[in-house]
Design a protein around this ligand. Structure first.
Ligand code: BGC
Length: 452
């Protein structure tokens, strides 16, 4: 019995090797990503680039003098939020409410989506007795946008779980304004539309004392990064060129959509993609982010179960159902102390796998570790590429998102890997930057108003 189990463990570990990125593969990945970023930045290659590197028109960062009352919308994670934020000399006040976006709206028409957003916003304003005021609003819209200015952005494509008709190619600020006009019960003034990475960068700027321009990563439902680029390198930027810098939204989640990541993708990645609502798109994101991590683990568990390597070959209907192994399970299982399988057993019981042996639990944990470690290493490669490109003496990278926050080892895994990848001599650190998509939207709107 013991023999057989050990043997399964060995076979499982052997199969999982394809999930371990070698140093050579990571070096190759970093070169490819840097090339693709450069393609995104250049005028002649931007359109055909996979990593689009959109310019954002956010050139001024908060300096702490911003004040006033601002509304913010945050669309793009698992939840939709409306916030009212008051910035003052010594105080900061924020009230917010989370609204569900029902599945049928996420894949319905654009009109339905924006009517829903407008309705939530109007209800929120009424609940806070703001309906008679005309307030400035910052809109965090965390999808790839071609920006035509601070308040105009054309949707390139939907990502994550969204796929609303009639929005691609449209100015989403206008779609919001149209929906508000259809209701005609509240007045707002959209001052900025931004990506969650951009919002996070703005929040980081206030949080760090030393003057620096940190790169930002988001590892949540989706995955992305932004950084500050010299205006002369951002060939598509046609805004104020007297200011030296502009924030670039890399949209690195689309890295590999031309096949350049195929050398590290596995059959599990191909299956995730095939059953997603956007096949062929966001292939890098699908190897990393919270929307897919649990499902990746599930596909591996299913395969090994069917081969008789796990659970004595007996799975369960729940295990065999797509989407049923949540990303939070990966975090929970990896939170068990070494040698304890408390969380692991609880997860397996929820899935109807009460017959799991200790050896099964140990293998389940190993599979989860392979999936999350690979994700963390892909993030490290990406962040290190940006850190090396920026080439400042010292840099603190801000990261946010549910995976980074809730996975027990993600931060340490990234730090450890980056130590190998960052150019010697550059000092780096990684810091959690909280609620950039909420607070950041208000800050960007406030800076826009400050300078008006
Ligand atoms: C979107 C990005 C966003 C990221 C994190 C991706 O799917 O394309 O715009 O920043 O998710 O929310």
């Amino acid at each position: 019995m013991g023999m057989r189990n050990n043997n399964s463990t060995n076979i499982i570990r052997e199969h999982c090797k394809e999930l371990i990125l070698s140093d050579a593969q990571i070096a190759d990945l970093m070169n490819r990503l840097l090339e693709d970023i450069q393609k995104g930045l250049r005028k002649d290659t931007h359109e055909s680039a996979t990593v689009r590197c959109f310019v954002t028109y956010v050139q001024d960062l908060p300096n702490g003098t911003e004040h006033g009352k601002f509304l913010a919308l945050d669309l793009g994670g698992t939840n939709f939020r409306v916030l009212i934020i008051t910035l003052g000399e010594k105080h900061f006040d924020m009230k917010s409410k989370i609204y569900a976006i029902p599945q049928n709206i996420m894949i319905g028409t654009g009109e339905q989506l924006f009517d829903h957003i407008a309705e939530c916003l109007a209800n929120f304003m009424k609940e806070h007795s703001l309906e008679t005021e005309r307030l400035p609003l910052g809109f965090t819209f965390s999808f790839p946008l071609t920006q035509k200015g601070l308040t105009k952005g054309l949707l390139e494509k939907w990502t994550k779980g969204f796929n609303c008709s009639g929005c691609v190619g449209e100015d989403v600020v206008q779609l919001l304004k149209d929906a508000l006009a259809r209701r005609n019960d509240v007045q707002i003034d959209v001052c900025a539309i931004l990506n969650d990475t951009t919002g996070t960068l703005n929040v980081m700027c206030l949080a760090t004392t030393q003057f620096q321009l940190p790169p930002i990563g988001i590892i949540g439902t989706g995955s992305n990064a932004c950084y500050v680029e010299k205006v002369e390198n951002a060939e598509l930027f046609d805004g104020d060129k007297s200011k030296p810098y502009v924030i670039i939204n890399t949209e690195w989640g689309a890295f590999g959509d031309d096949g350049r990541l195929d050398f590290v993708r596995t059959e599990y990645d191909r299956e995730i993609d095939q059953y997603s609502i956007n096949p062929g798109k966001q292939l890098h994101e699908k190897m990393i982010s919270g929307m897919y991590m649990g499902e990746l683990a599930r596909l591996i568990l299913v395969k090994f179960t069917k081969q008789g390597l796990l659970f004595g070959g007996n799975g369960s209907d729940l295990l065999y159902k797509r989407g049923n192994f949540f990303t939070k399970y990966v975090s929970e299982i990896e939170s068990d102390k070494r040698g304890s399988y408390m969380n692991c057993r609880q997860v397996l019981e929820e899935l109807g796998l009460n017959h799991a042996t200790d050896q099964d639990c140990s293998n389940v944990r190993y599979i989860c570790e392979c999936v999350s470690r690979r994700a963390a290493h892909l993030v490290s490669a990406g962040v290190a590429t940006l850190v090396n490109k920026i080439a400042q003496e010292s840099v603190t990278v801000g990261i946010d998102g549910s995976v980074y926050r809730f996975h027990p080892h993600f931060h340490d895994l990234i730090m450890e890997k980056m130590a190998d990848l960052v150019t010697p001599g550059i000092k780096f650190d990684i810091m959690l930057s909280e609620d950039g998509s909420g607070r950041g939207a208000a800050l960007v709107a406030a800076v826009a108003c400050r300078d008006r």
